[in-house]
Design a binder for this molecule. Structure first.
Ligand code: NAP
Length: 302
């Protein structure tokens, strides 16, 4: 793998205060990136920046508040970044929540997993487009999951009003991220943006998200906890597919990167299996249009 020239490049990583996002930020800093830690709780974000500086003395990193639960917060974040920076080389849409036991809504009335995991990132990417297009070969990486494989975009019930299931909603949000990465690559190609769009998944990585998800399913959870040491990896191992998608130059645009080990649960990065539903261009374009309507994203270049 030959890496991009990452000298003084700027990266934004959402949810970089913990888990895979923190490890992604750490890896990018070690490759010379400046990293904005986008965190919903500034205290956690500042603590993460301190830890990143402890890990790499001289690291150029700062925290910016971002709560993907609120489109107003997404707009504020993008406006602050655009006021302060002239270009953005890399956006890693990493933050996420999983399998909320009961249906919850974001500030804007979206089912919370669909809103935080996907719609917030959709609007964020659109608002950062001018900054991204001011950088040479800008790249955007979406975090998906093995869970996308069982996912379906239910256009008649996107927000689980009629039927809510915690995992169904999570799977839908992660399939949406993969469809988004594919659609963004096509839009970039058709508009001549030169923006590189990829996706990644971390297999099964021991983070707060996984612990919480496991605990939410009593019986399955007990079995899973017993098997955990054998089928999961650390968060730093889990960040490798994201880091590969973010920095490798031997990728194909639109690629989806995940762990190479058994069932893509852990291991070194490789091209990952994408379910047929993630390749459905008609669904991806319909989702793009619906997402523009829901978030008022306009995808303006300037
Ligand atoms: N761990 C796995 O095995 C696994 C598998 C497949 C996919 N993934 C994906 O990997 C990504 C990272 O997950 P993780 O395992 O690292 O989980 P994690 O340790 O729980 O970290 C999730 C991050 O997202 C942030 N976040 C949650 N809600 C947010 C909001 N409303 N606005 C902004 N940030 C928010 C969290 O902030 P707080 O610290 O404030 O909560 C945290 O920084 C997620 O997209 C997840 O779906 C993980």
């Amino acid at each position: 793998m030959t890496d991009h020239d990452s000298h003084a490049r700027l990266a934004v990583v959402t949810g970089a205060n913990a888990g895979l996002g923190f490890e992604t930020a750490r890896g990018l800093i070690r490759q010379g990136y400046r990293v904005v830690v986008a965190a919903r709780h500034p205290d956690k974000g500042h603590a993460a920046v301190d830890a990143l500086r402890g890990d790499s003395p001289g690291a150029d990193s700062r925290c910016e508040p971002l709560d993907l639960d609120s489109l107003a917060s997404v707009r504020d974040f993008a406006a602050r970044l655009r006021a302060r920076e002239s270009s953005l080389n890399l956006l890693v849409n990493n933050a996420g929540i999983m399998a909320l036991p009961t249906r919850e809504l974001t500030c804007d009335g979206f089912e919370r997993q669909f809103g935080v995991n996907y719609l917030g990132h959709f609007l964020l990417t659109s608002l950062l487009l001018p900054l991204l297009l001011s950088a040479p070969t800008p790249r955007v990486v979406q975090l998906s999951s093995l869970a996308h494989r069982g996912g379906k975009i239910d256009f008649d019930d996107l927000h689980g009003e009629h039927r809510y299931d915690p995992w169904r909603a999570y799977r839908q949000s992660k399939l949406a991220m993969l469809l988004f990465s594919q659609a963004l690559q096509r839009h970039s190609r058709d508009a001549g943006w030169g923006l590189e769009s990829l996706a990644a998944h971390p297999g099964l990585s021991r983070t707060a998200l996984l612990e919480h998800g496991v605990n939410s399913r009593a019986m399955m959870g007990r079995l899973f906890r017993l098997a955990m040491p054998f089928i999961t990896q650390t968060s730093s191992e889990g960040a490798r597919p994201t880091l590969y998608a973010a920095t490798a130059s031997d990728i194909r645009l639109g690629d989806y990167i995940g762990p190479a080990g058994i069932g893509e649960t852990r291991g070194a990065p490789k091209r990952a299996h994408m379910a047929p539903a993630a390749r459905d261009q008609a669904v991806a374009e319909r989702l793009w249009q619906v997402s523009c309507e829901l978030t008022e994203a306009t995808w303006r270049k300037a």
